[in-house]
Design a protein around this ligand. Structure first.
Ligand code: ADP
Length: 248
């Protein structure tokens, strides 16, 4: 899938976040977005999701500008997973998946259930189907969100910090799952992530941002170097056996 942002500018009211930002994500499969808090990662993801609109500039998906595409077209191409979901009422996992899909695609009830179960199986959580979503652990809930995104069969998945509240082993499990998804499915995933070592281990490509600007984008193996990490995060690191360790 081709995905390009060309000379994009964006402000919240009078607060400028991006001016003239360009990046071409066409090459990457599992793409991490990293950078300190406030660098613009979530805003970038929301622009790519079509939730926010650029003030100037253009975004292209498969060579069509977003403005030429209707809401339904974009919804079929992109699934967006926010950081949290809270449901005010008790909802079974299977109902959450089918209700979300129903709003996006005109399938029969039977088809909706089949698609939802297939997505739960793909993530390995078919046993959760009848569980109450509010009674799942953080890691289990994250997997439900990923299954929900998968059930939409969109070729582009956008995940905003899917592991930020998870324990170490669940973080690794989620990144392994994302890598499996891009290997087995014809899709691209862009994921906001903070752990530079998880990015180095699992992501094919990385975009590093600072103060609303793209510092660099490309293959993880070519980009992640101590000097680059130092300039993006203002943190001295050294490379030990391909892991980045902060210098105390
Ligand atoms: P990150 O995801 O890297 O932490 P964000 O994209 O959330 O960064 O934020 C980028 C900048 O935009 C920050 O300075 C933040 O304070 C500001 N910002 C984010 N959301 C809003 C909003 N809804 N209204 C006003 N300013 C916002």
């Amino acid at each position: 899938m081709n995905l390009q942002l060309c000379n994009v500018s964006f402000s919240y009211n009078h607060k400028k976040v991006f001016s003239d930002l360009s990046v071409d994500f066409s090459d990457g499969k599992l793409i991490a977005v990293g950078g300190n808090n406030g660098s613009g990662k979530s805003t970038l993801l929301k622009l790519v999701a079509g939730i926010l609109e650029p003030a100037c500039g253009q975004i292209f998906i498969d060579d069509r500008e977003y403005k030429q595409l209707g809401r339904r077209d974009l919804a079929q191409k992109i699934s967006y997973v926010p950081q949290f979901i809270e449901t005010a009422f008790d909802l079974q996992v299977i109902d959450f998946l089918t209700m979300t899909a129903e709003r996006r695609q005109p399938f029969s009830k039977k088809e909706l259930f089949e698609k939802a179960y297939t997505a739960l199986e793909r993530v390995g959580i078919e046993d959760f189907a009848q569980r109450n979503i509010n009674e799942l652990s953080g890691g289990e809930r994250q997997k439900v969100l990923i299954a929900n995104a998968l059930s939409q069969n969109a070729p582009l998945m956008l995940l905003d910090e899917p592991v930020s509240h998870l324990d170490w082993s669940s973080q690794i499990e989620i990144f392994k799952l994302l890598r499996e998804i891009v290997t087995n499915e014809n899709c691209k995933i862009i994921v906001i992530a903070h752990d530079i070592n998880l990015i180095a281990m699992y992501c094919s490509h990385v975009l590093l941002m600072k103060n609303g600007e793209v510092v660099t984008y490309g293959k993880t193996s070519e980009i992640l170097e101590p000097q680059v990490i130092q300039s993006v995060f203002d943190l001295k690191v050294r490379n030990v056996d391909n892991y980045f360790m902060p210098i105390a």
